[in-house]
Design a protein around this ligand. Structure first.
Ligand SMILES: C[S@@+](CC[C@H](N)C(=O)[O-])C[C@H]1O[C@@H](n2cnc3c(N)ncnc32)[C@H](O)[C@@H]1O
Ligand SMILES: O=C(O)C(=O)C[C@]1(C(=O)O)C=C[C@@H](O)C=C1
Length: 246
């Protein structure tokens, strides 16, 4: 990374009132550490995205990385594919994320054709694309806005294109869900988060990150027109799907 990345200590002190989570400067400063310690399988998903791109991306095709944060998906693709293999547009709404992502790409892979746009992914004018990635981003959109975005992305994809969708998920069965969430909290504890940090972050994410069930994701993708949807990764209550357009 271009700038120093700090250890996530955002919820280490007790707060009288926990504000809603946002991707502000404090989060940006510790984001690489936060996401690796908070998302089970995050590094493995990034590694596999390079392989999926190598397999499914048309040579020279365009990629969208929606909610790109600091550009981890673009970096994974640039690490796996030659500069002439693809062009990529990373999109994020957070100015602090965008600024650092731009600096990272110009420092780390200046030969790759990667641009970062500061924009709401709901309002972007999409050009035809061969691969679209939503790596833990759809979950932050209001539930009522998700279907329209997926429909728009289906329309932007070329025939033969793929959409990769990674999300925190909820299980429809209450007992199953409780077990997954408990083990997820164990995962966070094992990664150095205290009970207080876990509980305050959970409060901060209420109504900000609203997870869907895997079934709801599959149904939405099918309704949009994707001919096949596969859940290729799941680790506790985090999953990644790939949807194919004929
Ligand atoms: C969990 S992070 C994504 C992580 C990133 N994709 C990665 O793999 O490292 C979610 C990102 O989505 C962005 N975001 C949320 N809602 C958005 C929207 N409507 N338009 C654009 N970006 C959005 C946030 O600013 C944040 O950077
Ligand atoms: O910490 C949590 O509970 C999470 O859900 C992790 C999660 C995510 O899934 O996007 C939440 C916010 C941060 O962006 C990083 C990771």
């Amino acid at each position: 990374m271009t700038d120093a990345s700090y250890r996530d200590a955002i919820f280490t002190t007790p707060l009288d009132r926990v504000a809603s989570f946002s991707f502000d400067e404090r989060v940006v400063a510790c984001f690489p550490d936060m996401i690796r310690r908070s998302v089970p399988g995050y590094g493995q998903i990034l590694g596999m995205l390079g392989e999926i791109a190598a397999r499914h991306l048309r040579h020279g095709g365009h990629v969208y990385d929606l909610g790109c944060s600091l550009g981890a998906v673009g970096l994974a693709l640039a690490g796996r594919l030659a500069p002439d293999a693809f062009t990529l547009t990373g999109v994020d709404l957070s100015p602090a994320m965008v600024e650092r992502a731009r600096a990272t790409f110009s420092d780390e892979c200046p030969e790759h054709r990667i641009e970062i746009v500061e924009c709401d992914i709901r309002h972007l004018d999409y050009r035809p694309a061969s691969m679209i990635v939503l790596n833990f981003t759809l979950q932050f959109l209001a539930p009522g806005d998700r279907e329209a975005l997926i429909d728009k992305l289906f329309a932007a994809l070329e025939p033969g294109g793929v959409l990769v969708l990674s999300e925190k998920i909820v299980a429809a069965d209450e007992q199953e869900n409780a077990w997954l969430v408990e083990r997820y909290h164990d995962f966070k504890r094992a990664n150095g988060y205290s009970d207080m940090e876990i509980s305050q972050k959970r409060t901060a994410l209420e109504n900000v990150l609203v997870p869907d069930t895997l079934e709801a994701h599959h149904a939405r993708l099918s309704r949009a027109g994707f001919s096949r949807v596969t859940t290729w990764f799941q680790y506790l209550n985090f999953a990644s799907m790939i949807a194919f357009k004929d």
